[in-house]
Write a protein that binds this ligand. Structure first.
Ligand SMILES: NC(=O)c1ccc[n+]([C@@H]2O[C@H](COP(=O)([O-])OP(=O)(O)OC[C@H]3O[C@@H](n4cnc5c(N)ncnc54)[C@H](OP(=O)(O)O)[C@@H]3O)[C@@H](O)[C@H]2O)c1
Length: 299
């Protein structure tokens, strides 16, 4: 784990009056943590959607803590963000599929500002893996690893940061605080042959996220779960090679923009892309027997 400070100094450059639409106001001056820059922690920031979250958040003037296993990619990203935006960027090299990796990140998330480290205003639970295959043939170690990162780590990281955020709000913090979870439309498909564990794990996050959002909303903390459809990243290389039509893909820029806008507005869930909003409506209307018949044909 490394703690690095921008060459431009330990204050981030502000790029505008607000960092996320509607998330911040002049109330910042009355914040109990005025000496700390607004800070976001993004997991899985070494590529794909997580890197896009890190870039857009840095562009808006936040300090960042970026987490992933691939040290070189994280360090390259940190250097680039410091040079481009003058932001403070810390890197944590951690495997979120292990208890040690999760512990190193929860330790950072539990910082409340009293030890000189900026408390985390926004946690983005993005890191994930997307193993598929028929369940009867799936490797059990790979199933465990996927559940550890896609589900268990998300719960533990969120459990670490929420008490700090709730206490900060209770102490008069005016900033928007909270969590963004990256779930998936795969969890919205009622019958998902070839993606049973991945889809069920993502559904878990969506259901759990909505409940936690309701629990903490009254305390001024926002929890938002974003449900992307297909996005062009390393995770979907095989799908991309299968030649899916262009309309099946949502740009990662849109996923991140929509997630941050929904989080700022305090919305518990958001689906990015009109095609997937329509798809979810249709999935809810289709009778289950039709879904099962379609799924059998797909399988
Ligand atoms: N792409 C899509 O179509 C799509 C659709 C819906 C939802 N999602 C979700 O979006 C999120 C990001 O996916 P992506 O498409 O951006 O995938 P990606 O390009 O493969 O990126 C995955 C990120 O997660 C990190 N990661 C994987 N295993 C990790 C571990 N054990 N510990 C720490 N970090 C780990 C990777 O970093 P390291 O390898 O460096 O650790 C990488 O930064 C995932 O939760 C995924 O389920 C993706």
């Amino acid at each position: 784990m490394s703690w690095s400070v921008s060459a431009a100094g330990d204050r981030p450059v502000r790029c505008g009056a607000t960092l996320y639409p509607g998330s911040m106001s002049a109330a910042d001056s009355t914040s109990p943590t005025p000496d700390h820059p607004r800070t976001a922690l993004v997991t899985g920031a070494s590529g794909g959607i997580g890197e896009e979250f890190a870039r857009r958040i840095a562009q808006r003037g936040h300090a960042l803590v970026v987490v992933a296993r691939r040290r070189e990619l994280l360090e390259e990203l940190a250097v680039d963000l410091r040079e481009r935006y003058g932001t403070v960027v810390e890197t944590i090299v951690a495997d979120l599929g292990t208890p040690e990796g999760v512990a190193s990140v929860t330790e950072r998330l539990s910082a409340d500002g009293s030890d000189g480290r900026a408390p985390i205003d926004l946690l983005v639970n993005n890191a994930g893996r997307g193993d598929g295959g028929t369940f009867a043939a799936q490797d059990t170690a790979a199933i465990d690893a996927m559940l550890d990162i896609n589900v268990r780590a998300v719960l533990h990281l969120t459990r670490a940061v929420l008490p700090v955020q709730i206490a900060r709000r209770a102490a008069g913090e005016q900033r928007t605080l909270g969590v963004v979870n990256v779930s998936s439309m795969a969890g919205e498909i009622p019958v998902n042959p070839g993606g049973s564990v991945y889809g069920a794990g993502k559904k878990f996050i969506a259901l759990w996220g909505e409940s936690v959002a309701a629990e903490v909303r009254g305390q001024g903390v926002h929890v938002t779960t974003v449900l992307p459809g297909f996005v062009r990243t390393d995770m979907t290389r095989k799908v991309q090679a299968q030649g899916l039509p262009e309309f099946a893909f949502v740009p990662k820029e849109h996923v991140v923009r929509d997630a941050l806008t929904a989080w700022s507005a305090g919305r518990p869930t958001v689906i990015s892309g009109p095609q997937y909003q329509v798809a979810r409506g249709a999935l809810r209307l289709l009778p289950r027997f039709v879904m099962r018949a379609l799924a059998r044909r797909m399988a």
